[in-house]
Design a protein around this ligand. Structure first.
Ligand code: TYD
Length: 138
């Protein structure tokens, strides 16, 4: 399978905005409104032990919005030439990750929740889990 020729500069942090009131906030992500792909799967990471890292793979097709629904963590994206570290710490901010990039998540704060909105259902064939293979295909 061909790996997309994307770069870290194709990713951005999007302010999804929020509906504010004195009793709290609501942030809404809605297909065809404020997300550049249709969501087919939502998953979330939690209870990540301190000092642990997650990710460590690339996707051929999967596009994602990564949101710190609670707490904070860092996402490191890598296109084989450049890397970029993005710290997420607000539930109204979403990191848009395009396909074809290596990613790692670390520096999870205690109690943090990493919510991921994904463009496709889970498919192990969409993963590259070996960094050398990723570099060779880039
Ligand atoms: P993985 O995507 O490697 O997690 P992370 O990037 O957070 O380190 O997935 C970890 C395991 O969970 C893997 O064995 C497959 C399983 N999994 C599913 O079954 N469905 C899913 O939607 C996801 C994201 C993972």
């Amino acid at each position: 399978m061909k790996l997309k020729n994307s770069t870290v500069y194709d990713c951005s942090v999007i302010d999804v905005s929020k509906v504010h009131s004195d009793s709290g906030n609501i942030t809404v992500v809605e297909n065809s409104q404020n997300i550049p792909f249709d969501v087919n799967r939502v998953y979330y990471l939690y209870d990540v032990p301190s000092g642990e890292s997650r990710g460590g793979h690339a996707h051929y097709e999967l596009e994602q919005f990564i949101i710190a629904a609670s707490g904070s963590f860092d996402v490191i994206i890598d296109d084989g030439t450049n890397t970029k570290r993005v710290s997420l710490n607000r539930p109204n901010l979403a990191l848009h990750i395009v396909p074809g990039l290596w990613r790692e998540l670390n520096n999870f704060s205690s109690g943090s929740i990493c919510m991921v909105l994904a463009s496709h259902k889970y498919d192990e064939k969409d993963y590259i889990r070996d960094y050398n293979e990723f570099i060779n295909k880039k």
